[in-house]
Ligand binder design. Structure first.
Ligand SMILES: *[C@@H]1O[C@H](CO)[C@@H](O)[C@H](O)[C@H]1NC(C)=O
Ligand SMILES: *[C@@H]1O[C@H](CO)[C@@H](O)[C@H](O)[C@H]1NC(C)=O
Length: 398
């Protein structure tokens, strides 16, 4: 048998060539994490981390309607719903583990919280997920089209969660919206997991607007409030301020964790977004968010975004999660004419730190509050606060 014999010079050349090829390949595949232990297989996991009534349902739709995204709203709702007795602190690891498995398209974690005979429709707000209304989950909405919730509700239920898993696996991006995180540390293992590529979009909103919106659907929050307050016995009137205080503190905690000496694995993976900036400049802000997670803006999406942020109709108050085509920029100012000043003052007290960190100016009188042409939003550009990680945003996730 002829032997393939290579002299030392040939070997050196081969080793050199091999090296060159590796370098070349690594150069080509910038996304994501080229030559590290990459193997999220290119899948990007996005956590929309927000709080109640902060525009996260709207932002969720912005992702859900994107043809590359499999989106679920609030899978941790099931955890809180089933195990509410203790309180948010005790539940946070269960919440973390649940979202980890859902990010990996494994729905068995959710199943544990559902009735024994479960349908896709057992998932919280399932029809908000365009991916559950499109093939392979359902034939109703071709990919690249916009889904219609009421039709999806009517036509896309199916038994078991297998089709949801199957659908999830066909997308490059899995996006989950959660309002049930009050810190970042519980997410560290996910950020360090080499099989995941987690990006966190932290959506915040002026607490006074949040308060007004929460009051409009106060009943919807009774159970969640108790979990946030660790089942403490607090009179109802007081509870709303205490919950706002917790929410505001969590924004500060999360943001400081991610921006003041963040651990290396958080670099380039955290982006803060103010709802007010989104409604004032939807296309620009949404484009930046898409960019941050490696999604392309498309023309139909641009048109859709314009439509849903500039429409006229009045929203129905019956459904606390309704996404309506009201003029989003006007709605975000509504608290100034409708929320009594004494409440505003109280929220400003409990949320002082968060408001100053996030660039929401306080008002000192009823008159100042109602003078709506005085802008209370500190412009992003003139903000002392570090909008890290602008520089590394989309190329370097290592
Ligand atoms: C959704 O479909 C229903 C008919 O089933 C229709 O009445 C409604 O206008 C549609 N909504 C949108 C936003 O297209
Ligand atoms: C589950 O979905 C099937 C259709 O696939 C339907 O016939 C059945 O009634 C649903 N069950 C529940 C509990 O919703």
């Amino acid at each position: 048998m002829p032997r393939c014999r290579l002299g030392p010079p040939t070997l050196v050349l081969l080793v050199f060539l091999h090296g060159a090829v590796v370098v070349l390949l690594c150069g080509w595949y910038i996304q994501p994490n080229p030559c590290g232990p990459s193997p999220s297989q290119g899948k990007v996991h996005v956590l929309l981390l927000s709080s109640w009534r902060s525009g996260s349902s709207f932002l969720g739709q912005v992702f859900s309607q994107h043809p590359s995204v499999f989106y679920l709203m609030e899978p941790a709702w099931h955890v809180w719903d089933k195990l509410q007795a203790p309180g948010a602190r005790v539940l946070r690891m269960a919440v973390r583990d649940l979202i980890r498995s859902v990010f990996q398209c494994d729905m068995s974690g959710v199943e544990a919280y559902l009735p024994e005979q479960q349908n896709v429709s057992s998932l919280f707000m399932w029809s908000h997920s365009r991916g559950l209304c499109s093939p392979p989950a359902c034939s109703l909405t071709p990919r690249g089209r916009f889904s219609n919730q009421s039709e999806c509700l009517r036509l896309c239920d199916s038994m078991g969660l297998l089709r949801a898993e199957e659908a999830c696996r066909t997308y490059s991006h899995v996006v989950l919206k959660e309002v049930r995180f009050f810190e970042l540390e519980s997410l560290y293992p996910l950020l360090q997991d080499p099989t995941m590529d987690l990006r966190i979009i932290h959506l915040v909103r002026d607490p006074r607007a949040v308060m007004r919106s929460r009051e409009q659907s106060a009943k919807a929050f009774v159970k969640d409030n108790a979990v946030v307050l660790e089942q403490a016995n607090v009179p109802a009137v007081e509870a709303q301020y205490r919950v706002m205080q917790e929410i505001c503190r969590s924004h500060v905690r999360i943001n400081e964790r991610a921006t003041l000496k963040p651990p290396d694995f958080l670099r380039g993976r955290y982006k803060i977004v103010r709802y007010e900036d989104v409604v004032r400049n939807p296309l620009k802000e949404i484009d930046a968010m898409y960019n941050f997670v490696g999604l392309q803006m498309t023309e139909p999406l641009e048109e859709w975004i314009y439509k849903v942020t500039h429409g006229k109709g009045k929203g129905s108050k019956k459904d606390a999660f309704q996404i309506t085509s009201r003029n989003a920029a006007d709605v975000s100012q509504a608290w100034r004419t409708t929320l009594p000043y004494d409440k505003v003052r109280r929220i400003q007290e409990v949320c002082k730190g968060a408001m100053s960190l996030l660039g929401y100016r306080t008002v000192g009188s009823d008159k100042e509050q109602k003078t709506v042409d005085v802008d209370l939003l500190v412009p992003k550009e003139r903000y002392q606060f570090s909008w890290l990680p602008a520089k590394t945003e989309h190329t370097n996730h290592m």
